[in-house]
Design a protein around this ligand. Structure first.
Ligand SMILES: Nc1nc2c(ncn2[C@@H]2O[C@H](COP(=O)(O)OP(=O)(O)OP(=O)(O)O)[C@@H](O)[C@H]2O)c(=O)[nH]1
Ligand SMILES: [Mg+2]
Length: 251
């Protein structure tokens, strides 16, 4: 009887257990839940972008890249983080639920302790066939950052003039890219001069370096390969960005 219960309970569990096949690039996107409210609370962050917020996202990325999974590359923009896991990673038997819950849990816990407040990230998985598709995916996220930044600047420029949230949104409804650029230009904001991290996001990659040490037995200076995380806050665009990503993805 006992065995029977355990068997069918396990079959209920197994019903939602999916594994990502070997060789596919597990790409995870985490996104802050309800961060529109979180970022507005008490006017703690500058609008539309705040460097302290972006740096907290980058610190969260560092903690994720050190959490035991072989994450080759990460990108963050606004309240989202994309993580590209090595196609050879075997941890957790490549189980989707386990990987997503561990990463979302890690990001939520780290970000919450950073701000001393409960903050939650959701997570989704894309299993991409090759590095070309990964670079295409990241370019898509970068271009999404650009679109959202332009809209956010236009929205907050109108709000600063005294328009209500509803009227500012209404005024921007159906406005083209060039109309939003023009609206900003008329108000003294040149969107071309907005910092790159706001329009494109930032990446974090591993870099290898030679670390100098001393061998007390032989009394010799020795060098060993080590790796460290490096933030890339000036991303290139379009095909150059795709080439850059492909180079970072090479082992
Ligand atoms: N003030 C400020 N807000 C930011 C910054 N970066 C991101 N945000 C806000 O974070 C929100 C992210 O958008 P969404 O993820 O679509 O919205 P959300 O409220 O998190 O909703 P869900 O993700 O669906 O739960 C936007 O409202 C942005 O204004 C920042 O640097 N400063
Ligand atoms: Mg969000």
């Amino acid at each position: 009887m006992k065995t029977e219960v355990s068997d069918y309970m396990r079959s209920y569990e197994a019903a939602y257990e999916t594994h990502v096949p070997q060789g596919l690039w597990m790409t995870v996107r985490l996104d802050g839940r309800g961060f529109t409210t979180f970022t507005k609370k008490g006017d703690r962050f500058e609008k539309p972008f705040d460097i302290a917020f972006h740096e907290a996202m980058l610190a969260t990325v560092d903690s994720l890249m050190n959490c035991g999974l072989e994450i080759r590359l990460a990108h963050t923009q606004s309240d989202e983080i994309s993580l590209v896991v090595s196609p050879d990673e075997e941890s957790f038997g490549r189980r989707v639920v386990k990987i997503l819950t561990v990463l979302a849990g890690q990001a939520s816990a780290f970000f919450s302790s950073h701000f001393d407040e409960i903050c939650v990230f959701d997570a989704r998985m894309l299993a991409l066939p090759d590095s070309e598709r990964v670079s295409q995916y990241l370019l898509w996220r970068q271009e999404d950052a650009h679109r959202n930044a332009l809209s956010a600047y236009a929205y907050w420029a109108l709000r600063e003039e005294g328009l209500s949230a509803r009227s500012a949104s209404k005024k921007l409804e159906g406005a083209s890219r060039s109309q939003k650029n023009e609206l900003l230009f008329e108000r003294g904001i040149n969107f071309n001069e907005v910092p790159e991290w706001q329009k494109r996001g930032s990446c974090v990659v591993w870099e290898t370096f030679l670390k100098e040490g001393f061998n007390p037995k032989t009394k010799e200076v020795v060098f060993a390969d080590r790796r460290r995380l490096v933030e890339k806050r000036h991303l290139s665009m379009k095909d150059d960005f795709r080439d850059e990503v492909e180079a970072w993805l090479r082992p």
